[in-house]
Design a protein around this ligand. Structure first.
Ligand code: GH3
Ligand code: MG
Ligand code: MG
Ligand code: MG
Length: 298
């Protein structure tokens, strides 16, 4: 573990440091409370701190209170002191300290208290990791890694509000894979899935970073193009169409020629998300009717 020691007494600091190093820890040492707060705010700072109670500039209690008030990664705090009255312990824990170590300490006790800290920090890491996973899953389509339907609709709503504020326009593209059912029927669902992934990758690589794309339905993709007009959006849609049609999609058992049909619509001051999507859908319908592998605009 990486551990911060904040202790103004040089001898105690040296003893503590030597003990911790002998237990295999990596040590960062400071001599007062203000330096501890500063060191713990740095990126990659230790997540466990052993703080002396009485120190210059800021005492241990003030340091814990400051740590508990700021957001970010939890720092596990062991307060170190010669004071060992019951009231001191209550005050320390109430200030936000996690544990307590009285001087002079035995190395066995130090080690046990660090193990307790390590357990709490490991639990916290697990929690943060699963939170990240959940956050990612709530917004992304599992197969393609694109935004999911809910999230791309959120992007559309947000960009539409922004376009109204900034008196600009916004374009929407609805794309649908041509004769996709045939791919599933001929080669199986797993190949169908791989094709969807390949298409998604190519769409994402063709759009700009400021554009959004999500999987709207089974084999339908919705693009949100901020600050685009109808002509610009038609060009974007046609670039995507060409990116798919120009070379086959390679999946492990087969290589397939695939095409997309795309419908484009552009916002006016009275547009809603629904009217924009409806208009793009109607244009898409015409692209299908007019022979597929083509772009139609609203
Ligand atoms: P069109 O050119 O008119 O769009 O024809 P199509 O065959 O693509 O249209 P249709 O809507 O009839 O078929 C869409 C198919 O997409 C049907 C469905 O089984 C398939 N599909 C939807 N989601 C998935 C998926 O996640 N994986 C796979 N492999 N297939 C899917
Ligand atoms: Mg001191
Ligand atoms: Mg479809
Ligand atoms: Mg289709």
């Amino acid at each position: 573990m990486k551990i911060l020691i904040a202790e103004d007494d040089r001898v105690t600091r040296q003893v503590l440091k030597a003990s911790l190093i002998s237990l295999g820890h990596e040590i960062l040492e400071v001599e007062d409370g203000a330096a501890a707060v500063e060191a713990l705010a740095q990126p990659g700072a230790p997540s466990l701190a052993i703080l002396d109670w009485l120190m210059p500039r800021m005492d241990g209690l003030e340091v814990v209170r400051a740590l508990r008030q700021r957001p970010g990664r939890y720092v596990y705090v062991v307060l170190l002191t010669a004071r060992d009255g019951d009231d001191d312990m209550i005050e320390a824990l109430d200030a936000g300290a996690d544990d307590f170590l009285t001087k002079p300490f035995k190395i066995g006790e130090l080690r046990a208290r660090l193990r307790a800290g390590d357990r709490v920090l490991a639990l916290q890491d697990d929690l943060l990791r699963s939170q990240d996973v959940l956050r990612h899953e709530a917004a992304h389509d599992r197969l393609t890694g694109l935004w999911n339907r809910g999230r791309v609709l959120d992007e559309l709503a947000r960009e539409l509000r922004r376009s109204v504020r900034e008196l600009s326009t916004l374009a929407v593209v609805m794309a649908d894979v041509d004769h996709f059912k045939q791919i599933n029927d001929t080669h199986g669902h797993a190949v169908g899935d791989a094709v969807l992934k390949g298409i998604a990758e190519r769409i994402a690589a063709t759009l700009r970073a400021s554009d959004s794309v999500g999987r709207y339905g089974g084999e339908e993709f919705l693009f949100v193009l901020p600050q685009a007009g109808l002509d610009g959006a038609r060009d974007v849609a046609d670039r995507v169409r060409a990116a798919i049609a120009s070379r086959p999609i390679i999946t492990s058992p087969v290589t397939l020629n695939v095409t997309l049909s795309l419908g484009v619509s552009c916002s006016s001051p009275s547009s809603s998300e629904e009217t924009l999507i409806q208009a793009a859908d109607q244009a898409l319908y015409r692209a299908k009717a007019n022979g597929r592998n083509r772009v139609e605009v609203d």
